[in-house]
Write a protein that binds this ligand. Structure first.
Ligand code: ADP
Ligand code: MG
Length: 428
């Protein structure tokens, strides 16, 4: 089989790494890929968002399956375009991807299906949004309805701050169209967990729970990033909780989207918060998470290609998905200044040594090759995943390998997984 992977991040490197292990696969293409992916696949210089270019590449190389990584490609209809050309694709159609690309749509659907989530209202009129904030308790959470690179949710502790957030989104159009509609919702307290479920339109196979670390610095300090690290599984999420999440959240979404003529095939990734009143949905994503995927892939026992095909074909119930028993921890190394401005083109050393640490995989994200040398080219530069019997062991390997990698200004969090140690029941 020939597989095309669309995207260029650590997520896509991890997917390529796992796909390359499948006996079903003869050749992998990536568009555009990155230097890490290039060791496993033939990279073609087609940008991920150039959908016609992606389709033409898939047709020219007669690929058997296209796997779409980025959210904006799915929201723009990459899967629809590929399917119309007769190319099998993994990922939701544009209509199904609305569960991520329109938070107001997702909120409406959750209300109709009685899926637990924060109380909210959606607005496209600035003054009405302000009036709503004024008549509801603080803090309030203001969210751009559309895709905003993970920067579109603002927790507001004063009415003035909320008004400012609304103004920047609705009037100043900080996120363009994505902020023309906003969702204002109640502030929830609790612990967050990421759930991923492979879905074939009607059935779902849940991954072990994962915990992302969004803030740039230790102790969850500093601004939010695309994600600085991830652990899997999360000790305080029990099997019973997972079964409940599947029954009360994942399956109702699949039924609701199917009923609306938009069956969801792909990876459904709800962000949840465990509150005093049980799990509530913060948002739905319609693709693999990053860095979550970098932690997941080394733990996955099943053949990923078989599972992705089953999702596309609607046969997941027969195929199933098997997970290893251990734990994985991924730590992200970022450029100096990230998530703000940063320099590029700084030489990276030590990747080979790091990759030789037992149980460790190194995935590349913001890297490039310049005159034969591997250099930085993005904010999140690479991810180091350690796998072991225990989370403690996984963290130890990941940090040992990270200690062997250097580039000027490199920084990473030293406390990944530290807040995951508490068990169900102890709050705070
Ligand atoms: N209702 C809420 N109450 C408290 N915190 C929230 C709420 N909604 C979002 N958050 C926080 O903001 C983060 C980003 O919100 P999310 O809805 O996931 O948007 P996005 O990922 O698109 O930026 C969440 O991971 C969570 O930490
Ligand atoms: Mg989120």
């Amino acid at each position: 089989m020939k597989i095309l992977i669309v995207g260029s991040g650590g997520r896509e490197h991890a997917l390529a790494w796992k796909i390359a292990q499948s006996p079903l696969v003869k050749k992998i293409f990536a568009a555009p890929g990155n230097p890490g992916i290039a060791a496993l696949a033939e990279c073609r210089p087609v940008p991920a968002h150039h959908l016609e270019g992606i389709r033409d590449l898939a047709l020219a190389e007669r690929v058997d399956l296209a796997v779409i990584g980025p959210d904006d490609c799915l929201a723009a209809g990459a899967v629809d375009l590929l399917q119309a050309a007769g190319v099998r694709a993994f990922g939701p159609t544009q209509a199904a991807a609305r569960i991520e690309s329109s938070k107001s749509f997702a909120k409406e659907l959750m209300a109709e299906e009685r899926i637990p989530t924060a109380r909210s209202a959606a607005f496209s009129d600035f003054q009405r949004a302000c009036d709503y904030v004024d008549s509801h308790p603080l803090p309030s959470v203001v969210k751009a309805s559309g895709l905003a690179l993970g920067k579109g949710a603002v927790i507001c502790h004063s009415r003035e701050h909320a008004r400012q957030a609304l103004r920047s989104m609705m009037v100043d159009k900080l996120f363009g169209q994505a902020g023309e509609t906003v969702v204002v919702e109640e502030f929830l307290e609790g612990r967050e967990v990421s759930i991923h479920a492979l879905c074939d339109g009607s059935q779902a196979a849940l991954f072990p729970p994962a915990q992302d670390h969004k803030a740039v610095s230790d102790g969850d300090q500093g601004p939010n990033t695309g994600g600085m690290g991830c652990c899997c599984p999360v000790p305080w999420v029990t099997q019973d909780m997972l079964a409940e999440i599947k029954r009360r959240i994942v399956e109702p979404v699949l039924r609701a989207l199917a009923r609306r003529g938009a069956p969801f095939k792909g990876c459904l990734y709800p962000g949840l918060m465990l509150t005093r009143d049980g799990f509530k949905v913060l948002e739905f994503n319609a693709r693999f998470g990053d860095p979550e995927t970098q932690a997941y892939m080394p733990l996955l026992e099943s053949d990923l290609v078989e599972a992705l095909l089953a999702c596309a074909e609607g046969t997941l119930g027969r195929t199933g998905v098997k997970w290893g028993r251990g734990a994985a921890a991924c730590v992200i190394a970022a450029s100096e200044g990230y998530p703000g401005a940063y320099r590029k083109g700084l030489e990276i050393a030590g990747l080979d040594e790091a990759g030789r640490v037992p149980g460790v995989s190194v995935f590349q994200a913001g890297t490039a090759v310049d005159q034969g040398k591997l250099v930085t080219s993005g904010g999140r530069v690479l991810g180091v995943t350690g796998c072991a019997e225990s989370l403690e062991g996984a963290l130890e390997s990941a940090y040992r390998a990270m200690g062997l990698i250097t580039f000027q200004g490199m920084h990473y969090r030293r406390d990944i997984g530290r807040r995951d140690q508490r068990m169900a029941g102890d709050h705070g």
